[in-house]
Write a protein that binds this ligand. Structure first.
Ligand SMILES: CC(C)(COP(=O)(O)OP(=O)(O)OC[C@H]1O[C@@H](n2cnc3c(N)ncnc32)[C@H](O)[C@@H]1OP(=O)(O)O)[C@@H](O)C(=O)NCCC(=O)NCCS
Length: 307
């Protein structure tokens, strides 16, 4: 990820206030617009206050994105409530954004993005950002995760059944899913690691129904670990095994791997079964290898090794 800032003073607030965190958002929104250049500002709106739009100069579509809190977005006769993590689109050619209004007693943080104006100074060069490729199986499309996938990830990650044996916790709000995307996934992408791909059905590639990916356990030993999860309504259809196979093929080839391992709590029989179905061999169980949710867990290890 590369950020070129030609005018630090003008955009100092943006850069200082969140110590770089917002840059992830610019990355996604630039994808959103199919553009390599975005202009971006952010605003903290105090409780019960109104603020005029962060900018109205764009002649191309703009969006308001709320990163923290809840506010009303008012334009023309229209008023809509923007929840945390939601986007509101409007077209400045058609309608003028009147104001953002915080009717709550909490501080609200909004981020407003638009395509870059000629004279705007912050330029984000998306062409330098690594993303995993899009892969295809007979029933699935596996594609890079975007910030806009937060809602569909939340839809399954909020289910405690899905998280019963995972090392990550149930998502409590869309904000948790957003944090997962920008802090975990984009961090891996920025290091060239395909952790994870979004699993989508061919007939609906917009909606992420699960994830599967690989991350390094040892670069020197050319070894990665496979991890996955899918929404409960899709269990038992063989989707994760189908997705894992192509991700493993991709990783073996792309990173010249010797080994891909996977591990799960021994109680997670479905996960062990996926590991067998993708051609991994059972290597053994490490007793009490993990202390999680206040108890010790035995971990079963599987791997596929290129001889
Ligand atoms: C584990 C998980 C990824 C399996 O994905 P999946 O797409 O359902 O996998 P499959 O359809 O290939 O099923 C694998 C095995 O799970 C078992 N299984 C699947 N659905 C099941 C269900 N509804 N009830 C009981 N067992 C089931 C079967 O034994 C099946 O093997 P089979 O195909 O030989 O019958 C999925 O259940 C999941 O996301 N679980 C929650 C997250 C998680 O635990 N991730 C792994 C952490 S290590």
């Amino acid at each position: 990820m590369k950020i070129i800032n030609k005018n630090e003073l003008e955009h100092k607030q943006l850069i200082n206030s969140k110590s770089g965190e917002l840059y992830s958002f610019s990355h996604v929104v630039s994808d959103f617009f199919g553009s390599r250049q975005v202009f971006l500002t952010h605003d903290i709106i105090a409780p019960q206050k109104r603020a005029s739009s962060a900018h109205r100069h764009s002649y191309i579509e703009e969006i308001v994105f709320v990163s923290k809190g809840q506010l009303s977005v008012i334009w023309g006769e229209q008023k809509r409530t923007a929840q945390e993590g939601s986007f509101i689109f409007f077209d400045p050619k058609e309608t003028e954004l009147h104001c953002l209004q915080n009717e709550t007693n909490d501080e609200v943080e909004t981020i407003t993005f638009s395509l870059k104006r000629q004279d705007d100074a912050v330029i984000y060069d998306n062409s330098k950002t690594w993303q995993p490729p899009t892969l295809e199986t007979s029933r699935l499309i596996l594609r890079p995760i975007q910030l806009t996938d937060a809602e569909s990830i939340f839809a399954y990650a909020k289910n405690p059944n899905v998280c019963k044996y995972t090392l990550w916790e149930t998502h409590q709000s869309v904000q948790d899913s957003l944090s997962y995307i920008k802090d975990y996934i984009f961090d891996y992408y920025s290091k060239g690691v395909p952790e994870p791909f979004g699993i989508t059905l061919k007939e609906n590639p917009q909606t992420v129904i699960g994830t599967v990916g690989c991350f390094w356990t040892s670069k020197q030993a050319k070894a990665m670990e496979l991890a996955y999860a899918i929404g409960e309504e899709h269990w038992g259809k063989g989707f994760v095994a189908e997705a894992s196979k192509v991700v493993m093929d991709y990783c073996f080839k792309e990173f010249s791997l010797k080994r891909i391992q996977a591990r799960c709590k021994v109680e997670n029989k479905s996960s062990s079964r996926v590991m067998e179905k993708v051609g991994m061999s059972y290597e053994g169980t490490l007793k009490s290898a993990i202390f999680h949710r206040n108890k010790f867990w035995d971990m079963a290890y599987y791997a596929k090794v290129i001889e």
